[in-house]
Design a binder for this molecule. Structure first.
Ligand SMILES: Cc1cc2nc3c(=O)[nH]c(=O)nc-3n(C[C@H](O)[C@H](O)[C@H](O)COP(=O)(O)OP(=O)(O)OC[C@H]3O[C@@H](n4cnc5c(N)ncnc54)[C@H](O)[C@@H]3O)c2cc1C
Ligand SMILES: Cc1cc2nc3c(=O)[nH]c(=O)nc-3n(C[C@H](O)[C@H](O)[C@H](O)COP(=O)(O)O)c2cc1C
Length: 768
């Protein structure tokens, strides 16, 4: 990197990000002229303690041992988390934290900058960015969450600032907690939560100090009258609520006020010679660790890229390319954690150990498996409370639904194979496909959506249950499963395609009409799926509804005779019944449209008719799309109302999927991305749920079950990748019990085949 490219550097903002960047850049090239503008005085700093992880510290140690040594001296270290809930304390160990006072961090960085010759301009507003850019080679915008630089160039950075609904306040206590403490107070106004951690070690005559953040939902904050309290009164009220945790000691403020968290993202992090760093570029909810860590890591990356790359624009591009994925991953975890705290009241009923496990695994970064390594005793206690038989991972703990005992919690999710013959008869492919997955160990293998009538098919490759020939073919499959994969259950999913019918097989153009030979389609309302592409469906009249309902009932009777163990009614993904439920696809003005109760009316009629035709001892589930991922679609309240209604009518579990209702959806894909919808139904309504969607590891399955977010986990694509997914999960966990028996002819393969090994002795001794 030619040093002349970045000889004069302006840093806007003397927070941890700006100061650390300035110190590193100066240390790497002492000839640089670096100025930091900070509007505050050196001694007045907001906030109290900051937490830094071992990883961040490793980076600092490598880059600047002087700063590292000063930080290390100031750190408070601890490794336990206490979760206090309904009078009990659950302690989990092995977590490893280090924190220090923000003021101390800034002092160390001020001193380092001053000793290296960085110009620090305190109590000085930075000049406008354009002015800075005109006389500097590089402008580092480290001006925090409200960054004026970012806003001045909003057209280029394209920021999004999302404000969240919980209220929180940063306060401090003048004593050191001996662990991270999360505490829930169920007040008459609602649930309030405390996050507390030490940042100054106690010493003789000095009790140390802790950061205390109090957080609650907006409606609780208002109901408690905190919206009309000043800072001092707020601190007093918080100290009263958490008096036990604080040992009756007061809380103090430091320019504290009630805030709502804002998540900041930017589509670009640099423009010309100006680059965003730290909170100006991105924020991550405080509950997963401080933004300070990200800001400091940004500074490390920026300094390294300026050294490594041949010019400024390459360096800024490399900086963004390096940091963006890390920040995105942190922001995803932070979003899950933020949401968990927003939804916390729904978990208050959980038994204390499960509640603690749920809290610890909320961001998905800590999982069952790594918590087991960190603290085996705690995890074993949670498993015992869950009801795991000794030596049995949660996923192999049986579950009963009516008369059906499932041997484990894994479901092969329904997957249309588009491989039936022209009469909708399942063939050898279906026998081998479903049979293999039953042999593969899942507790429940679901068929694809089996159509209740020829015109209710999605494609000409879909199977059905409207003829005896189809029923005979299904019977062959259920017999195979019951005779050859004993202990595996097989369920049928019944559905009608509605406006998404008469389309091509998935690999020929999903949701596109047939090239010729289309049949007329029906729906709740005459709205095509894709405007200008799909057929306009005919709205069902009462006679049409009766006919469809009867088709479902006949198919259910056939399914019972075929020997299926469970029946799922497909009310998701924009097919006929789902089309009645979503406000985007149901525009009816009669008794079947409008309110969610009206939209439910026809799907419930079908459910009741099927339930009456389906043997009493066999369970029924209902698959729903709990959100349409589109403005004006199914709301959280709608999803709860729908699940509540089906459960009240006798559904044994709700299979909680999302989307595929309208083509303009914008799903937020990610690991287990649909699970929060299942979680809400389970914890708000107490209704058993099947979670589905991007659940791919057995560790995630165990975590979801133990945290009480799901009763069963359905996996679709992972079962296309590996029909023996469940058996392999058992082998990986060294589990050999009844929850995942290897079929006798396969037993010789129950251990992973040995891989290449070397017979050379391992290095053990070092000789000088
Ligand atoms: C009130 C508050 C309290 C917090 N408390 C904690 C805590 O206790 N622990 C924790 O880990 N995290 C805390 N955080 C979050 C944490 O401070 C940030 O994530 C982290 O500091 C990000 O570092 P940064 O350098 O990017 O930005 P900041 O630390 O926000 O620093 C930005 C700096 O830029 C200065 N500035 C902005 N515009 C100008 C301008 N035009 N001219 C001159 N100076 C300017 C500001 O005065 C500020 O000092 C707190 C945040 C807030 C808002
Ligand atoms: C090839 C394929 C076909 C599918 N067919 C159906 C279906 O017939 N009925 C249904 O409810 N879901 C169907 N789905 C959705 C899956 O059941 C599941 O909800 C989705 O793939 C998300 O789970 P995953 O991330 O584990 O794949 C299908 C998915 C795939 C990949």
């Amino acid at each position: 990197m030619p040093s002349r490219d970045t000889e004069r550097i302006a840093v806007v903002g003397g927070g941890p990000g700006g100061l650390y960047a300035a110190a590193l850049l100066k240390r790497l090239r002492p000839g640089r002229e670096i100025t930091v503008w900070e509007r505050n005085a050196p001694e007045d700093t907001f906030g109290f303690g900051v937490v830094l992880s071992d990883e961040t510290l490793g980076g600092i140690e490598h880059a600047d041992p002087v700063v590292y040594a000063a930080l290390s001296d100031a750190f408070v270290r601890w490794d336990t988390i206490d979760v206090v809930h309904r009078g009990t304390t659950q302690t989990s160990g092995g977590h490893g934290f280090a924190a220090l006072e923000r003021r101390t961090l800034l002092r160390i960085l001020h001193e380092r900058c001053a000793s290296l010759g960085v110009r620090l301009r305190f109590r000085t507003e930075a000049p406008p960015t354009a002015e800075l850019a005109a006389c500097h080679d590089l402008v580092v915008a480290a001006d925090g969450v409200h960054s004026a630089t970012r806003e001045a160039h909003a057209r280029h950075f394209r920021p999004t600032v999302t404000h969240h609904r919980n209220r929180y306040i940063w306060l401090a206590a003048d004593f050191a907690f001996d662990s991270f403490r999360f505490e829930i107070a169920e007040t008459r106004h609602g649930v309030m939560q405390l996050h507390a951690y030490p940042f100054a070690r106690p010493s003789p005559g000095d009790p140390g100090a802790s950061t205390v953040i109090v957080e609650m939902r907006d409606e609780v904050w208002r109901a408690a009258g905190l919206d009309t309290c000043g800072t001092a009164e707020s601190a007093e009220r918080c100290a009263e609520v958490f008096a036990k945790a604080l040992g009756g000691r007061p809380l103090r403020s430091n320019k504290s006020s009630w805030l709502t968290f804002a998540t900041v993202t930017n589509q670009r992090w640099s423009h010309g010679r100006t680059v965003l760093l730290g909170d100006a570029a991105h924020t991550a909810h405080f509950s997963i660790g401080s933004g300070t860590k990200l800001a400091v890591e940004d500074a490390l990356a920026l300094a390294a890229c300026l050294e490594e790359q041949p010019g400024l624009s390459a360096a800024l591009a490399a900086y963004e390319a390096e940091r963006r994925p890390v920040v995105l991953s942190t922001q995803r975890a932070a979003a899950a954690s933020l949401r968990w705290f927003e939804e916390l009241p729904q978990y208050a009923h959980q038994p204390p150990r499960r509640f603690a496990f749920n809290l610890l695994t909320r961001s998905r970064r800590v999982t069952h498996d790594n918590l087991r390594l960190r603290d085996p005793g705690f995890t074993a206690a949670v498993e015992e409370e869950f009801g795991c038989p000794p030596g049995t991972p949660p996923m192999f703990t049986p579950l009963r639904l009516r008369g059906l005992e499932l041997r484990n919690r894994i479901v092969v999710s329904p997957m249309d194979m588009y491989s039936a013959d022209a009469d909708g008869v399942p063939g050898d492919f279906h026998l081998v496909h479903l049979g293999a997955r039953a042999l593969g160990g899942a507790g429940l293998v679901m068929t694809e959506m089996v159509c209740v009538s020829p015109e209710g098919r999605i494609t000409l490759g879909c199977t059905g249950l409207w003829t005896d020939e189809q029923a005979d073919a299904w019977t062959k499959i259920t017999r195979f499963v019951h005779d050859t994969a004993p202990g595996a259950a097989i369920g049928v999913q019944l559905g009608h395609s509605g406006r998404k019918g008469s389309t091509r097989r998935m690999w020929e153009g999903i949701d596109e009409p047939l090239e010729d030979g289309n049949w007329p389609v029906v729906a709740a309302s005459p709205l095509p799926y894709a405007h200008g592409v799909s057929q306009v469906p005919q709205a069902l009249d009462r006679g049409g509804m009766d006919a469809v309902r009867d088709r479902f009932t006949e198919a259910a009777r056939r399914a019972a005779r075929c020997g299926f163990d469970l029946l799922e009614l497909h009310c998701a993904h924009g097919y006929l019944l789902s089309g009645f439920l979503s406000p985007l696809t149901n525009r009816r003005t009669d008794a079947y449209g409008g309110s969610v109760e009206n939209r439910l009316r026809f799907p419930l009629e079908v459910f009741d008719a099927v339930r009456a035709a389906w043997p009493r001892e066999r369970p029924m589930t209902v698959r729903i799309s709990a959100t349409d991922w589109s403005h004006g679609g199914t709301s959280d309240e709608d999803a709860l109302a729908v699940a509540r209604a089906f459960a009240a009518h006798g559904a044994d579990a709700i299979d909680v999927s999302t989307g595929q209702v309208v083509p303009e959806e914008r799903p937020e894909y990610g690991r287990s991305y649909q699970t929060p919808y299942a979680d809400r139904i389970r914890n708000v309504l107490g209704v058993p749920v099947i979670a589905v969607g991007a659940i791919s590891s057995w560790d995630d399955v165990n975590s979801l079950l133990l945290a009480g977010r799901a009763d069963l986990c359905a996996l679709a694509r992972p079962h296309l990748h590996d029909p023996h997914w469940t058996l392999h999960a058992a082998a990986a966990q060294c589990y050999t019990g009844p929850g995942a028996p290897w079929p006798l002819p396969y037993r010789a393969g129950s251990r992973p085949p040995p891989t290449g090994r070397t017979d050379a002795p391992k290095p053990r001794l070092t000789l000088d």
